[in-house]
Design a protein around this ligand. Structure first.
Ligand SMILES: [Zn+2]
Length: 329
């Protein structure tokens, strides 16, 4: 099979049980996925001619249908059915966490090499899993078993993974001759299909454990990675709202922003506000300061709460662009 036939057959297998009114959802962007300016987690529907083979490409584990406003989005409210479960970082490559033995208990539907010797195993379901609670408990169970990354943006039914097309844009995964790693299909058996219960049983996952929805991490109890991820999302939301004045932080880690409470500054002066990158000093959460008297008591928590209260576009950027923290390392 040539490359296009391979990844198209993968999408064909993914789409087998997509309900009539639903779609496969993809995200794609070129460049280094570690670079927050390059990231674009906005999803669009999959279809002929839509894949950019020079981009990092991601597909959602669930089929999505239109919401009340007629939009296909990669959000819980658009959920139409779970299609597969993906176990990440298998093999012997840099960043691999498990040996191939981990999937010997159950042969996978597809195996995808996302960087040299680093694989994702995809287990496709034998129907669309329309019970969102069941799918959430399955994902949660696999996260608890450490079979999946555990960042807040990736805990849900809207998580994404790399299909066997496009590139891994991370510079460290370039090949010896300097080319970007092409994500490839190592194996596909589209007829291998599993019920969620069968997957849970094979991997010793408890499907009865309740799912606790996780919000934006904050405070001292969240770990450092989650805090840094949350900072990046807030920063990106500010950038998308055109409130980030400087793309590069200064030597001390501060970036000037438009203060959300500018209207209440004396003379409505648009000055004096900045955010600081997460560091030891601020407990890795990031920091906010504004020199205006009205804002004297405002800190990082006030800023994140303000972001979370904003319109849907900003809210989405803050909560849903998290991507795959594991893949950003
Ligand atoms: Zn202010």
């Amino acid at each position: 099979m040539d490359e296009a036939a391979e990844w198209e057959s993968f999408f064909g297998a993914m789409g087998k049980y997509v309900p009539r009114d639903a779609r496969l959802m993809i995200c794609q962007f070129r460049g280094d996925p570690n670079d927050i300016e390059k990231q674009n987690w906005a999803a669009k529907t999959y279809g002929p001619g839509k894949i950019d083979e020079g981009a990092n490409v991601y597909v959602c584990v669930s089929a999505m249908k239109q919401n009340e406003r007629g939009e296909y989005r990669r959000r819980k409210e658009n959920f139409a059915g779970g299609l597969c479960l993906m176990i990440d970082d298998i093999g012997t490559g840099a960043g691999a966490k498990f040996s191939m033995d981990i999937i010997s208990v159950l042969p996978c539907t597809a195996l995808i090499e996302t960087s040299k010797d680093n694989y994702q195993a995809v287990y496709m379901f034998d129907c669309a899993v329309t019970d969102i609670g069941l799918f959430e408990r399955l994902i949660k169970g696999f996260i608890d078993k450490q079979f999946m990354g555990n960042d807040p943006g990736m805990a849900g039914v809207n998580r994404v993974f790399r299909p066997p097309v496009g590139v891994n844009g991370k510079p460290k995964h370039r090949t010896a001759n300097g080319k970007q790693w092409k994500v490839r299909l190592a194996s596909l058996d589209a007829d291998r299909r599993y019920a969620p219960e069968a997957l849970a049983a094979a991997f010793g996952v408890d499907l009865t454990a309740p799912v606790v929805n996780r919000g934006m991490p904050r405070g001292a109890t969240v770990d450092k990675q989650d805090s840094i991820l949350a900072f990046r999302n807030v920063r990106k939301a500010l950038r998308q709202a055109k409130m980030l004045k400087t793309l590069m932080a200064d030597m001390a880690g501060w970036s000037q922003i438009v203060c959300p409470w500018t209207d209440e500054h004396s003379g409505a002066a648009n000055s004096g506000a900045a955010i600081r990158e997460p560091n030891e000093e601020n407990g890795w959460t990031g920091a906010f300061r504004c020199h205006h008297g009205h804002c004297a008591d405002k800190g990082w928590r006030h800023l994140t709460e303000w972001v979370a209260e904003q319109d849907e576009a900003i809210l989405e950027a803050a909560n849903e662009n998290a991507g795959e923290w594991e893949k950003w390392q």
